[in-house]
Design a protein around this ligand. Structure first.
Ligand code: GLN
Length: 447
C-alpha cells in the first residue's frame, strides 16, 4: 500500500532520495512470518517507516542530501534504526532533507526540492522536510527525522503532522551523521500523538556508543496517553506572541490554549526572557560544531572525490568546493570564523554563556509550569523559492524552536488549525528535561 501511494504522489511531492522497494518487500515477508509465529507482537511490527537520509543504513545509500556523499553506503546502521528493526519495522526508503540538515525548507538538497503535499507551490519546511511530507502524503505510516534547531518540529508544523524532539541524550546519536553534536536529537514524525509516543518508546535506549547517551528509567511514554489535563500548569511565554508572529497562527495557538483551559488546565502568561538572543547564539554554536564535523569530508576516506587535481591540498580544495552546496559552505565559513583565535572568546564563548542563561530561564519557568505552549513557527509554509535569497530571514524563522535545543529540552509540534490559504498551523509544547510524558499528556487532549 505504501509503494502504491508512493507511485501515485512521489512524482509531485518528491519526499525520497532513495526507495528500497525490493528489500522492503523481502523484509515485510520475513516479518510477516515472525508475526504469524508469534515472535513479533509489538505495535510497530510490519509497519512501513521512512528514514531521514542522515541516518546511516547498512548497505543503503546515505547522502545527507549532499553531493559530497553521493556514493556513501554505510557499513553499519544507526542505533535508533536498529531499535526499530528489532520492533519489526519495514524500512521503505531514505527521505530528502536540507543538505547536512542545514536549512528550514528542504530546498538546499542536492537532489531536488520536496514540495508540501498540502499545496505543491509551498515548501514542506526543513530540514526533515522529506520525512514530514512523506507522512503527510501517506507514503509511509511514520518517519524518523533529526532536530538540531527545529528540524522535526517546524516541518511537522508546515505539513500538518505530529513531530517530537526528545530530551538531549534520550535517543542514541550513533549513526546519525552529525551536524551540531551538542544539539542533535533523532525523533519521530507521525500522524498523531499516540504514534509518536509509541515510536519514541521503541527508539529510546541507553547506548554506550554515544558518549552523551543517558540511561533513563521512565521511558514508558505511552502510559502518558491519558485524556486528563486537570490541574496541569501551562505557561504561555508572552515573548512568543509579539512582533513577527502571523495573526492567524497566533489566533489558532491561543485557541488551543483555551481548549486546554476548558479541560481543566491552569493556563498563565509569563516572561521568558532572552528569546531574542537565541538565534545568534544558536547560529554561532551550530555553525562552529558543523565546521568541525564537516572537516571529515575530504575526498579521502569516503564520499565524493574530484576527478582531476594536482597534489593532496588541491584535491581537498576541489573536492570540498565541488561537493558542498552554498548553505553548507556558508556554515563552514561562519563556524571556522567564530572558532578562530582572537574571535573564539568574543563569539563562541559568548554564545555558550548565552546558552547557559537560556537554560536557566527555562529552569525557572519549569519551577512553575508543567508544559510551555507556543507556536512552532512564526508563519505557515512559505512559497517555494521565497526563503533562498535571504538566509538571515530564514534563520529568523527558527525563533520558537532553537532555544529548546540550546537547553536540551523535549518539544513537540502538533496541528492546531488551517490558515486562510489552506495550509496547516502547528502548535508547540515544550517540557522540562526528561518530562516528555507531560508533553504527551497535554498533547493527547487534542486527539
Ligand atoms: N533551520 C535550522 C538550521 O538551519 C535548524 C536545522 C535543524 O534542526 N537541523 O540550522
Amino acid at each position: 500500500a505504501a509503494f502504491a501511494q508512493i507511485e501515485k504522489v512521489e512524482g509531485d511531492v518528491h519526499s525520497f532520495v532513495t526507495l528500497t522497494k525490493e528489500q522492503a518487500l523481502k523484509d515485510a515477508g520475513e516479518i510477516q512470518k515472525k508475526i504469524d509465529a508469534g515472535e513479533l507482537t509489538g505495535p510497530l511490527a510490519g509497519v512501513p517507516v521512512a528514514l531521514k537520509d542522515n541516518l546511516c543504513t547498512k548497505g543503503v545509500l546515505t547522502t545527507c542530501s549532499s553531493k559530497i556523499l553521493n556514493n556513501f553506503v554505510p557499513t553499519y546502521t544507526a542505533q535508533a534504526v536498529e531499535n526499530l528493526q528489532k520492533a519489526g519495522a519495514v524500512i521503505i526508503g531514505k527521505t530528502n532533507m536540507d543538505e547536512f540538515a542545514m536549512g528550514s525548507t528542504t530546498e538546499t538538497s542536492a537532489y531536488g526540492v520536496t514540495k508540501n503535499p498540502w499545496n505543491l507551490e509551498h515548501v514542506p519546511g526543513g530540514s526533515s522536510g522529506g520525512s514530514c511530507a512523506a507522512v503527510a502524503a501517506e507514503e509511509c505510516s511514520y518517519a524518523l527525522g533529526s532536530d538540531t534547531g527545529g528540524s522535526i518540529r517546524q516541518p511537522s508544523s508546515f505539513c500538518g503532522v505530529t513531530g517530537l524532539k526528545p530530551t538531549y541524550g534520550t535517543v542514541s546519536r550513533y549513526g546519525l551523521i552529525a551536524y551540531g553534536s551538542s544539539l542533535d536529537q533523532i525523533g519521530p514524525v507521525a500522524k498523531d500523538v499516540t504514534d509518536c509516543a509509541t515510536i519514541l518508546e521503541a527508539i529510546t535506549s541507553y547506548d554506550k556508543k554515544d558518549s552523551t547517551s543517558i540511561e533513563r528509567k521512565d521511558t514508558d511514554f505511552t502510559s502518558a496517553l491519558v485524556d486528563d489535563v486537570k490541574g496541569m500548569k501551562i505557561g504561555i511565554p508572552k515573548d512568543y506572541f509579539g512582533e513577527g508572529l502571523n495573526e492567524e497562527v497566533k489566533a489558532a495557538v491561543l485557541a488551543a490554549a483555551k481548549t486546554l483551559e476548558e479541560k481543566g488546565a491552569i493556563v498563565e502568561e509569563f516572561d521568558l526572557s532572552l528569546v531574542e538572543y537565541a538565534i545568534p547564539a544558536y547560529y554561532v554554536i551550530a555553525s562552529a560544531e558543523a565546521s568541525s564535523n564537516l572537516a571529515r569530508f575530504d575526498g579521502v576516506k569516503y564520499g565524493y572525490r574530484t576527478k582531476e587535481y594536482e597534489g593532496l591540498h588541491n584535491m581537498y580544495k576541489k573536492t570540498r568546493s565541488e561537493g558542498f552546496g552554498a548553505e553548507a559552505k556558508r556554515r563552514i565559513m561562519l563556524g571556522s570564523f567564530v572558532l578562530s583565535s582572537g574571535y573564539y572568546d568574543a563569539y563562541y564563548l559568548k554564545a555558550l554563556r548565552t546558552k547557559a542563561l537560556i537554560k536557566q530561564a527555562f529552569d525557572k519557568a519549569f519551577e512553575k509550569y508543567d508544559v510551555i505552549l507556543g507556536p512552532a513557527a512564526p508563519t505557515t509554509a512559505p512559497k517555494l523559492g521565497s526563503s533562498l535569497e535571504d538566509p538571515i530571514k530564514m534563520y529568523l524563522g527558527d525563533i520558537y524552536t532553537i532555544s529548546v535545543n540550546l537547553a536540551g529540552l523535549p518539544g513537540m509540534t502538533l496541528p492546531c488549525g488551517i490558515d486562510s490559504k489552506g495550509l496547516p498551523i502547528g502548535l508547540q509544547l515544550i517540557g522540562d528535561c526528561f518530562e516528555e510524558k507531560n508533553i504527551i499528556r497535554a498533547a493527547y487532549s487534542f486527539e
